[in-house]
Each structure stands twice: as C-alpha cells, then as structure tokens.
Design a protein around this ligand. Structure first.
Ligand code: HEM
Length: 423
C-alpha cells in the first residue's frame, strides 16, 4: 500500500489523510518498507517515546555512497543521552525570553522588505520571493553570523535538498545534485568556521565552536552539521508558515475580516491555526528500536464507537512515517478540522512535533510569523490574489506548490495590493 499522498495531491493531501485515518491508520508500504501512521494519538505517543522509537535515521532512501552526506547525524537525528548534550548547547539561546529581544530587528527587516515592494510601484508582488523567503533567511543568517547577501545561494541549496524524494523514487541526478549541495555547504561553512575560530564573534556559529560536550569541543563534522541544520531548518519551514498563512487568509475572507477587526487578539491564533491547517512540515521519521505492537482503532464498533480491531507488529529496525499533517486534521481531536478557523479553541497541534525533539526554533518561527502578519496588516490594504480565484476551485492549479514531499508550501504567490499611506 502506498502510504504517501499521490504527487498531484501533495499540496492538498487532506482527503487522502482522512481516508487513511479512517481505513488504514497504521499502514505498511511494502515497496518502501515503511509504516505510515495517521492518527494524532498514535503519532503523539511515538514522538514521546524516543528510546523505543529512534530518530537516528536520515529520511532519504538513497544509495549507500550518498548516505554519509544526505542522512548524516545532527541534533535532529540523535537519540538520548547524546541528544540532550547537543541540545543543551543551543537550548537557552532559543527560549522565548531570548528570542523576544530580536523583535525590533525582525520588524526592521520586515518593514524594509515591504518598502522595497512598495517602491517597485507595480502594486503587485510575489509574496514568497519578495517577503516570506527573505525575512526568515535574513534573520537566521544574522543569528548564525553568515553574510545575508548569500541568501540566493541558500535558497538554491535548500531547494536542492528539500526537493529530493523521501522514497526510493528519487532520480539519480537529483540525488547527485543534493549530495553536491551538502559538499558545497561544508566548504562554505568550513571557511567561515576557520575565520571564527581565529576571530570569535557574538553569533551562533562562534557559540557552537566554543561549546564543550563532556569536556570536549565538537568535532569539525559535528559543527558543520549543526550549521547546515540551523541554516536550513531556520528558514525553509518559516517561509512556508508565512506563505501558507497569507494563502489561507485570502482563501477564507471571513477569517481575514475577523483578523483585521481584532488584530491584537487574533494574530497569535492565526499563526497557530496555520501551523495546524497547513502544517509546513508534513511528516517525520522514526525507526523502531525493538519489536513493538500497535493496536489499531477503527470506526464501526457498537453504536458507532471506535473499537480496537487489529494488532500491527512493527519489527525492530523498521521505519515509521508519522504524518503530522494528518494528526493536525484528526477529527477526534479537532472539531471540523477541514475548516480554517482562527478562533478555534484547543489548538494543541503537532506542527512543531512534541517530546524531546520539539522544534528548537518554535519561539523564533512564531515571533517571525506574528511580526510578518502584523506588518502585512499595517502596511497593505486590499490584499488579494493576482489571479482569478472567483470560482474558488482548484486553487493548487493556480499557485505554485513547493516541490517537496515533506514540506507543504508555495514557491510563488502572486498578490495585488494597495499600500496604506502610513509611513
Ligand atoms: C514554522 C516553522 C517551523 C516548523 C513548522 C518546524 C518544525 C519542526 C518539527 C516538526 C521538528 C521536530 C523534528 C522531529 O521530531 O524529528 C523540528 C525540529 C527542529 N527545528 Fe524546527 N520548525 C520550524 C522553524 C524552525 C526554526 C526557525 C529553527 C531555527 C533554529 C528550527 C530548528 C529546528 C531544530 C534545530 C530542530 C531539531 C530539534 C531536536 O532534534 O532537538 N526550526 N522543527
């Protein structure tokens, strides 16, 4: 059984997920030798058991010679106890109180980007290229201490990596391209690391170079994989949060109106609802550390109750794909899950994962999303799609979905606007 949504449904996989939750919530894909899990409670349980379900597993199914580069160890795919030691190095820098100090700088970057858009005088923009991409890319580059002028290169690198297929379907050219990208990133960061070793500054890379684990500095390889993880994780996801947020608001004008009328109280909620409704990261991987038995719940018991009907045995060493995008639309947790509702109560989505690997950058992503939305509302009026969406059909054929199997987002979003004369 194919556990992944068909390619043409990648931008709206929700019907597929709904059927899987109902009929095959614990499914096995013989071709890719992967289990697929779709229900919120099953996924949450696995994410909270890092000893039984390991993260030591790169997602990409590529030939052995490419494993080292494409599935290399990093904070993201390390297990306890080493994971805690690595995470401790950066944890305190990303707590909300520290991140809130970045607010004025993020606001400046966002306003400068909007100034550039307005100065073009065409009353049109590509939200992704002109705003949603450069905002988090500039912020993470500045935090790391890498030149933000290099962000066209970062975008190309990120595209080469995220477009790689997760399954064995990747063509060899894409694998080679991604492999070369990792090698290029290593060369780029090696030079920077050398410079910062000689002249440490007050940035994240210098901080990681100085860090000690059990009395030792990190190895060159560990520093390199930390740098590329933070650079990539720090922007490829947040760009999609901002893009998916604006898309969802324009697609749901009643919600947009509510937001405009109650900005102060609804901005945070709009970000959280986007993380649920169009989760930028659609799935995660784990690997079973021992044989485990999962019972499956299916509808159809007495009086329509759910009943446990089947026992699935996951064998030691088998991979499991956890569909966060499906968990976040699970009807047993969220009322009317296919509705984008910024006044939704009980928003405990899994968009940032949960457990020990819960997203390190969540406070930063949330702050960037909130500032981006506030400034969009402050500076534009009559924001609308720059294409005909009057029929409200097949939106995904009119926008440009990102080429990625695990990220949900757009590569372009053409908009029209009127700017407010408030600056
Ligand atoms: C909307 C934006 C973001 C989303 C949706 C997102 C999503 C996620 C998810 C789902 C995980 C859990 C991975 C797992 O359990 O295997 C994760 C981990 C991580 N994220 Fe994010 N992320 C976002 C932004 C960021 C930012 C801005 C950073 C920058 C520092 C970042 C850095 C990380 C790191 C380093 C990890 C690994 C944490 C660990 O393994 O302990 N993320 N993210």
């Amino acid at each position: 059984m194919n556990i992944y949504p068909p390619i043409e449904q990648r931008f709206s996989p929700f019907e597929f997920y709904s059927l899987m939750r109902k009929n095959n919530p614990v499914a096995f894909d013989e071709v890719n030798e992967q289990w697929g899990l779709y229900r919120y409670r099953d996924i949450e349980k696995i994410l909270r058991e890092p000893i039984k379900f390991s993260s030591k597993f790169g997602p990409f199914q590529v030939p052995q010679e490419y494993q080292e580069n494409l599935n290399r160890p990093s904070l993201l795919n390390t297990d306890p106890p080493y994971h805690r030691k690595l995470r401790t190095i950066v944890d305190t820098l990303f707590v909300p109180i520290e991140i809130s100090k970045l607010e004025p700088r993020i606001e400046n970057i966002a306003n400068e980007l909007i100034d550039n858009i307005i100065e073009k005088d065409s009353a049109t923009m590509d939200l992704i290229t002109d705003f949603a991409y450069p905002l988090p890319a500039t912020v993470i580059a500045e935090l790391l201490g890498v030149p933000s002028e290099d962000q066209d290169t970062f975008r190309q690198w990120a595209d080469n990596i995220v477009s790689l297929e997760i399954t064995s379907d990747s063509d060899i050219d894409s694998i080679r391209k991604a492999n070369k990208t990792v090698a290029d990133m290593d060369i780029y960061f090696s030079k920077l690391i050398e410079k910062k070793k000689k002249m440490p500054t007050n940035d994240l890379i210098s901080h990681i170079i100085r860090a000690r684990v059990d009395g030792h500095s990190l190895s060159e390889k560990e520093i390199l994989s930390f740098c590329s993880l933070l650079l990539n994780a720090g922007h490829v996801t947040t760009v999609n949060l901002i893009g998916n947020l604006v898309l969802s608001l324009l697609e749901n004008p009643q919600e947009f109106k509510r937001l405009q009328e109650n900005q102060n109280s609804l901005i945070k909620a709009a970000i959280e609802e986007t993380l649920r409704y169009r989760s930028p990261v659609q799935f995660l991987f784990r690997i079973a550390n021992a044989d485990v038995t999962l019972s499956e719940e299916r509808e159809g018991g007495r009086a329509g109750d759910e009943e446990r009907v089947q026992i699935q045995k996951i064998q030691k060493g088998q991979g499991i794909t956890l569909f966060l995008g499906s968990a976040n639309h699970d009807e047993s947790i969220f009322t009317d899950p296919e509705r984008f509702d910024i006044t939704r109560k009980n928003l405990r989505h899994l968009g940032f994962g949960t457990g020990i690997h819960f997203c390190l950058g969540a406070p930063l992503a949330r702050l960037e999303g909130q500032i981006a939305l506030r400034i969009i509302l402050e500076r534009f009026e009559k924001l609308q799609f720059n294409f005909d969406n009057s029929d409200r059909q097949d939106l995904h054929t009119k926008v440009s979905p990102l080429k990625s199997s695990f990220l949900l987002g757009l590569s372009h979003l053409p908009l029209r606007f009127q700017s407010k004369n408030n600056r």
